[in-house]
Design a protein around this ligand. Sequence first.
Ligand code: FE2
Length: 294
Amino acid sequence: MSTDPQSPDSISRKVERLVQGVQTSDGAGVRLTRVLTQTLQRRLDPFLMLDAFRNENPEDYIGGFPDHPHRGFETVTYMLAGRMRHHDSAGNQGLLGPGCVQWMTAGSGLIHSELPEQADGLMEGFQLWLNLPARNKMTRPYYRDIPSEAIPEFTTADGVRVRVIAGVSHGVAGAVQREHTEPLYLDVHLPAGTRFSQPIPPGHNAFTYTYRGTVRVEGTEVPDRNMAILSNDGALQVTVRATGEARLLIVAGQPLNEPIAQHGPFVMNTGEEIQQAMRDYRDGLFESASVQSL
Ligand code: FE2
């Protein structure tokens, strides 16, 4: 590595834009913040959506997400607090507790539900949607439930704790590796007065989402519950600094540069493929999908 402070290795990506997202509700009345909305899909290709939820009041989450379909992409659910049970049309089910991840490749399609398994207390977590390349959109659906203890993590000399959900960080391979989009998904916990650097290939689109405290990225403050879209300026890494204790997600991936056609839970490349998805759903093809549990 170069020691030249002006070399691309040591310069961090900058914050291009802060995004607070949109307060909305989805499923059966679950209150959430849609941080990555449809208007940012092209800028943050291959990511299609990020929802953040942090609800103390059961009325804001108890309805959960009853049966609904997906086709053409992957959903990544990361729980911080609370319990969510999922069922799918092939009879699979699983329980996600604090620190657990469900990585689901919807592929050609399935129907599932995601319902809280608690009547009170905090429900907190994230759901990220990751696009599939055109040639994999109709792949057989499968999912992995990853228990918290199976998510690799490490602690830096400064005491920064890093959970590696996907990709590789500081030589630690995450729980999930995906070809084509090469997603990086880190949950980073910074004690007060620390910093953390993560290499990111220059061509990959990247963002952070602060969910506790405030971090600084190249002179820009990124407050609690803010996404920072990181510039694609040739820098080979991002460096985050925390004055007080802070936590954030760092997410990056290789863009697909393919057309994006979305209608609700269907994300394909063309309008005709969306029409086909709606016909297949109406004709019951999703209900009879075989879903593999890995
Ligand atoms: Fe879903």
